[in-house]
Design a protein around this ligand. Structure first.
Ligand code: SIN
Length: 485
């Protein structure tokens, strides 16, 4: 089954990982390098039958894993953390080859993703409980937590490693077993991670991975099986809605990290140097392909022209190219459809009166590259203002009144991330508190942190990942009433 990348990648796993073993599939799923358009490997392409076998394995391992003491689970997660660091270079290269982000960013993602393993290794031994006398007298109330049961995790292509560890680490820490379905575009990183878990001593069946191009069929097979107890998904709001509809039939526990449309607000009191640096980070991390990416820039009249000029210069200066080249600061988009979508968003905005600003040059390459642009004179009805962009386009609108800015910022069904820049503490904090979003960056364009609760309000999802509450997503609360004679 294994096809070659090159000698460096000898031993690249390409089968499903089920019950602690590698399973070769009947059909192949090609994996493309978005920087070149070339197929770099093929992996097994599973269907409903493979999905059922993977769930069987997770169910078979569930009781033993739930009974494993927290210290053992913690030690295994910590070992996986160290192994991931040891293999960081190799895994970052694989990540760049299948997803396109520059190698330095891929290394950053490995470090970020590894932190979820360490964080939940630390959380897993902190479980508390309650014991107290009932207000009415005789009985005692005991409250404890138990693993929710077998989990299905569906992860996206934009962070092929960190979105997996963000789900697998708390599931394992809580005592749950898991079936992972990684994105069809980026299965290689997930499979390398399976090897990390295997080598860290995760028992057979506790973590399983099915690679597939038939995502809906695989997901449906597992979700409709009454042995599954929890669904966790990171991806678009559209797919999240469909999964939630299926999960509601089963009354499944769900965690949903869905799309964003983050406002990035520059108040009159903002320090422009900080605001431009923050905007570059919030917009261009991962080439704009992040659900927390700044999507709509709202800038006070007094700063708007200079902000747009400086952001254009900063975005255009990012050297575009193959992520494997150490000089590359901006990689390709994931596929041709994503490039076409960026062109369409720009055309729609221009047809509604927008101006395009960019001095960036495209590399001479067949890869999926798109020029980063700033758009001004934005009509709020333009699609680029209404939807999650997922690419290097920065639409900028000026505002004169802070209440108007808040109203414009809230004018979306999404509520994942938001950013506000200002040097007047009270005004800036009030604005941040008034925003309807799960996360707000104040004078910073980077908010993601395994120790912080990541998640959104409104149509951006349900639940939180990471932070001190991330473990609870995989635990059920159980109350025991004790009558003392
Ligand atoms: C995402 O875009 O899906 C997650 C980004 C992050 O963890 O920062």
């Amino acid at each position: 089954m294994t096809r070659t990348l090159d000698k460096l990648y000898d031993g690249l796993p390409t089968g499903h990982f089920i019950g602690g073993e590698w399973h070769v599939g009947n059909t192949d799923l090609p994996v493309e390098n978005p920087a070149t358009g070339a197929v770099i490997a093929t992996v097994a392409d599973g269907g409903p039958d493979t999905a059922a076998i993977a769930l069987d394995a997770a169910v078979a391992a569930a009781n033993d894993w739930a009974a494993t003491d927290p210290r053992t689970r913690s030690d295994i997660l910590m070992k996986a953390f160290h192994l991931l660091h040891e293999r960081a270079h190799r895994i970052a290269q694989i990540l760049t080859l299948e997803m396109g982000k520059p190698l330095a960013e891929a290394r950053g993602e490995v470090v970020y993703g590894a932190e979820f393993l360490r964080w939940f290794a630390e959380q897993c031994v902190q479980a508390g409980g309650e014991y107290f006398r009932a207000p009415t007298g005789g009985q005692r109330i005991l409250v404890t937590k138990q693993p929710v049961g077998p989990v299905l995790a569906i992860t996206p292509w934009n962070f092929p490693l960190a979105m997996v560890t963000r789900k697998v680490a708390p599931a394992l820490a809580a005592g749950c077993t898991i079936v992972l379905k990684p994105a069809s575009q980026t299965p290689l990183t997930a499979l390398e991670l399976m090897r990390v878990f295997q080598d860290a001593g995760v028992p057979a069946g506790v973590v399983n991975c099915v690679t597939t191009s038939r995502s809906a069929a695989v997901a449906t097979t597992i979700i409709t099986d009454e042995r599954l107890r929890k669904l966790t998904f990171t991806g678009s709001t559209g797919v999240g809605r469909k999964l939630l509809a299926q999960a509601s039939e089963r009354i499944l526990r769900t965690s949903m990290e869905l799309g964003g449309n983050a406002p990035f607000v520059v108040l009159a009191s903002a320090d422009l140097d900080k605001a431009v640096a923050g905007a570059l980070a919030a917009k261009m991390r991962n080439g704009g392909q992040a659900c927390v990416a700044a999507n709509r820039f709202l800038v006070h009249d007094s700063l708007a022209v200079e902000f747009a000029e400086r952001l254009t210069a900063a975005m255009s200066a990012l050297r575009m190219g193959d992520g494997m080249d150490p000089a590359t600061a901006l990689g390709p988009l994931i596929d041709r459809a994503a490039v076409d979508q960026m062109h369409w968003l720009i055309e729609d905005a221009v047809a509604r009166g927008a101006r395009v600003h960019s001095t960036a040059e495209l590399p001479d390459s067949p890869g999926h590259f798109v020029r980063p642009v700033v758009l001004t004179k934005i009509d709020p009805k333009a699609q680029v203002w209404r939807e999650e962009i997922f690419g290097p386009i920065a639409p900028v609108r000026a505002f004169s009144d802070i209440d108007e800015a808040l109203a414009l910022a809230q004018d979306t069904e999404s509520g994942l991330a938001a950013y506000v820049f200002g040097e007047k503490l009270g005004e800036t904090m009030n604005f941040a508190e008034g925003l309807q979003s799960g996360m707000v960056g104040i004078n910073t364009g980077i908010i993601s942190d395994p120790a912080a609760p990541f998640g959104g309000v409104k149509a951006s999802g349900l639940g939180r990942e990471g932070g001190s509450t991330g473990l609870d997503e995989y635990l059920e609360t159980k109350y025991l009433a004790l009558r003392l004679s």
